[in-house]
Design a protein around this ligand. Structure first.
Ligand code: KG4
Ligand code: ZN
Length: 344
């Protein structure tokens, strides 16, 4: 590892650091489990864990590549890219402060990166990266967006969720099925043994034109089924509910992808964000794109959910290109809300 970009990701409940030098990647990700007992992410707790864990994680990362963290120079790390939004303000501040301080101490440039640009770039770290332009479906705990990606950094949002994000709907439905937070991945495991057609659910907004999504009604439909079934749901009913929910979300996402390809015709589809780890979604998207003579691309599974490798990659492109970008100020600026295009 030489002339690497250090990536720092702390927008929510993953404390993550990564090194990327254009070829080699090394990363550490700590998923904060303390939030489970509260049934959701507690912002203040998230910030505190970022604060405590960033230094030891940085030491671990240095260990992995054989560096002494007390004797670093710019031939090892040439710049630091950190997530500056959107996300939890306090959590973002911890990563930004860490990045800016280390950058100042090592006298190397720093740059804030849009979290969603990171997710969009994550499939570029797969063995078979997607070409540009492509249509991207970003499905995470906080976002559900269809994006025309003309090139790295050239994005146009075609549609997005008007209420809950897809991952949020997975997590809320998982909670209704008594699964611990965040239940998305557990729900999809449960769905493996279920019948996706046992409980027909209506597909949100599919009857209306447009590319926006709405998932909060789906969760309500599940709640109503549960109320009709009465308390003490059997394991079989829970599995059928999980499968019916997952099937409906995937079919809805595919329906909108199909419409988006009418307005932004292309052969390549990228899925990214936490929900892109979902096997039914991956499989269905692959089949759908193949049926049109196209192809679907995904990040490697560990790079679907929040990580710093995607931030280091986006930082690498922005900081080492023909017009290298950096933030020369010592100000620490983070943004709870940040439109994707504002980062350009
Ligand atoms: O991208 P991410 O780590 O966080 C945000 O930036 O929001 O995505 C986390 C979301 C959670 O809602 C989680 O339940 C969901 O991704 N998720 C899944 C799966 N794995 C993670 N949802 C469905 N199926 C999965 N296999
Ligand atoms: Zn994310």
């Amino acid at each position: 590892m030489k002339n690497a970009i250090l990536g720092v990701e702390t927008s929510c409940d993953e404390t993550a650091l990564a090194l990327y030098d254009g070829q080699n990647l090394e990363q550490v990700v700590l998923t904060q489990t303390l939030h489970e007992q509260y049934g959701g992410v507690v912002p203040e707790v998230a910030s505190r864990i970022h604060l405590e864990m960033l230094p030891p994680l940085f030491h671990e990362l240095c260990d992995r590549v054989g560096w002494n963290p007390a004797r670093l120079d710019s031939t090892q790390i040439q710049g630091i890219a950190y997530t500056h939004g959107p996300g939890l303000l306090g959590a973002l501040l911890m990563g930004a402060t860490f990045a800016k301080t280390l950058g100042w101490a090592l006298r190397i440039p720093t740059l804030g990166i849009h979290h969603l640009e990171g997710h969009l770039a994550a499939p570029q770290l797969a063995p078979n990266p997607p070409p540009y332009p492509h249509l991207a479906l970003l499905v995470s705990g906080g976002h559900t967006q269809l994006i025309a990606v003309r090139a790295f950094g050239a994005y146009e949002i075609l549609g997005e969720s008007i209420d809950d994000a897809a991952g949020e709907a997975f997590d809320k439905t998982a909670k209704l099925l008594d699964l611990p937070y965040p239940g998305g991945a557990l729900l999809s495991q449960l769905a493996l043994n279920g019948d996706p057609h046992r409980f027909p659910l209506s597909k949100p907004l599919m009857g209306k034109p447009g590319l926006d999504f709405s998932f909060s009604g789906l969760k309500t439909q599940i709640r109503q089924v549960i109320e009709r079934q009465g308390p003490d749901l059997s394991a079989a009913i829970k599995a059928d509910l999980a499968a019916s929910f997952e099937y409906t979300v995937v079919e809805t996402l595919l329906g909108k992808i199909k419409r988006a390809l009418d307005v932004f015709p292309c052969d390549d589809l990228v899925l990214s964000g936490g929900v892109a780890a979902n096997q039914r979604l991956r499989h269905s998207a692959q089949q759908f794109m193949a049926s049109r003579g196209g192809k679907a691309y995904f990040p490697p599974i560990p790079l679907c959910t929040d990580n710093a490798a995607m931030i280091a990659y986006a930082g690498w492109i922005r900081m080492t290109g023909s017009q290298p970008e950096q933030d020369p100020t010592v100000e620490i600026k983070v943004y709870a809300r940040l439109p994707l295009l504002a980062s350009q």
